[in-house]
Write a new protein. Structure first.
Length: 459
């Protein structure tokens, strides 16, 4: 009996020696370019050291010329003006600050009695040096001192002529000195507190460190630190250096695309005293793979391999990848029992052991599946699809190594501004997620380690 014509046609269409041409509808790539970023709350140690020499320089800038002026003679029968005549010197002495302050003093004082106008005034000029000793404390990021005058040494012992007699200046100025000692001490304390307000200085450093830096110009990958809160412990004065143990709570972001804005807002940064600092840093780095490079690697996986079911077989000649609505499109150009291109879609994931990107839920796209149902049902079998899945993966170890190398220059004595140095090391790596845009596949890997920002000196 002769076969009907339609059975002859089906035999020709699906025969083992025939090749079927398919023209599946291509899923067009998404045109959106989402900003890809990841935020990790982390901690950065920020030990800060300020030498007494730095404070001395700032203090001398703050105190110049006339530093004390009391022009009211009626309250304590004394007028007084004090000038700084030379550089103030600071040294450490038994955990305290010793200040040596060269002075010129002009004083007018009233002596005698107001009864029947029996009084007189005299003016005195003298040069001397005051030595103060100050205890140090830190409150709200301001270094404050409590100073007392330890010594008052005249350059020369002045005298004045009273009723034809020479009267030693020290005798007459003793009550005057007792009046102005506390005022001069307060003047020095106020100047040190104003000079040693570290908060604006720390905020300036954070503003600079918040500038994004480009990890990879080729893939437009940026790293950005977003400060949240600054911690501090008590200040310690030792070896002519004031040491402040600071710590920074921050978000670390990796971004892909155009240069992100700084966005630093110094008004919202919190400052908080703590008794102990954490010491671990976590940072997120991006391993970026272009679709072109990933397609090339996966194509190599298929070279020399046949996928067969019974007498039917196909060979994948080329693989292309792109992004479509949050999923990866895998285009397989094949020859054999079927000629043409089929399309698979899946969600990228990461294998931390093999350091490979693979695709979960990889399946035929609907248009391809519908076409295959009519033309080559055997290709839909799970066995064939699973074999294809095994080869749709690629290692990002090289990309990860590149990302780590891109971070190293910023962890090896990197200086974003004068007197500030960043050092650290990243060790443990933990996968977080894979993101897609229309240019690349980005695997975000969380790295842990330690990071220090050493602040040395003041400008």
């Amino acid at each position: 009996m002769k076969k009907p014509l339609y059975l002859l046609m089906l035999s020709f269409l699906f025969g083992c020696s025939s090749a079927t041409k398919i023209e599946a509808l291509k899923p067009e790539p998404s045109l959106d370019t989402p900003v890809v970023y990841n935020t990790t709350t982390s901690f950065v140690a920020m030990p800060m050291e300020v030498t007494l020499k730095d404070i001395e320089n700032q203090l001398n800038k703050s105190l110049n010329g006339l530093i004390y002026d009391d022009s009211n003679i009626e309250d304590d029968k004394t007028e007084m003006k004090i000038w700084k005549t030379s550089t103030i010197k600071l040294i450490e002495k038994n955990g305290k600050i010793q200040s040596v302050l060269p002075l010129k003093i002009w004083s007018k004082f009233k002596y005698g009695t107001d009864f029947m106008g029996l009084n007189d005034t005299r003016e005195i000029e003298a040069n001397g040096t005051i030595t103060l000793v100050s205890s140090v404390s830190l409150s709200n990021f301001k270094m404050s001192t409590q100073s007392t005058i330890e010594d008052f040494e005249w350059t020369e012992s002045p005298t004045i002529l009273v009723a034809g007699k020479k009267v030693p200046i020290t005798y007459i100025l003793t009550p005057t000195l007792s009046i102005f000692k506390s005022k001069v001490s307060k003047k020095i304390d106020d100047a040190i507190e104003k000079t040693c307000d570290f908060k604006p200085y720390v905020l300036d450093i954070l503003a600079t460190m918040s500038n994004p830096f480009e990890m990879s110009p080729e893939y437009e990958t940026w790293f950005k630190m977003v400060p949240i809160e600054v911690y501090n412990t008590d200040a310690v004065l030792k070896n002519n250096t004031v040491s402040l143990n600071l710590g920074l709570k921050c978000n670390m972001q990796t971004l892909v695309g155009q240069r992100p804005k700084n966005g630093f807002d110094r008004t919202i940064i919190g400052f908080k005293p703590v008794s102990k600092m954490p010491n671990k840093t976590t940072a997120t780095i991006a391993a970026v793979s272009t679709y072109e490079s990933a397609s090339r690697i996966i194509t190599k996986n298929f070279q020399g391999k046949e996928f067969a079911s019974g007498n039917r077989k196909i060979v994948v000649q080329k693989v292309d990848l792109w992004h479509k609505d949050g999923k990866m499109i895998v285009a397989l150009s094949m020859t054999g029992s079927i000629n043409g291109t089929i399309y698979l879609s899946g969600i990228p994931n990461y294998n931390p052991i093999t350091k490979e990107i693979y695709f979960e839920n990889l399946d035929y796209v609907l248009s391809t599946k519908g076409l295959l149902t009519k033309t080559a049902n055997w290709l839909l079998q799970g066995m064939i699809l699973n074999k294809i899945k095994e080869n749709c993966r690629y290692s990002i170890k090289e990309n990860l190594d590149d990302a780590k190398k891109n971070m190293l220059p910023y962890l090896n004595n990197y200086s974003p501004m004068k007197g500030v140095f960043v050092n650290g090391a990243l060790d443990d790596f933990e996968f977080e997620k894979v993101e897609l845009n229309n240019q690349a596949i980005i695997a975000f890997i969380k790295a842990s380690g330690k990071m220090n920002v050493n602040i040395d000196g003041m400008e």
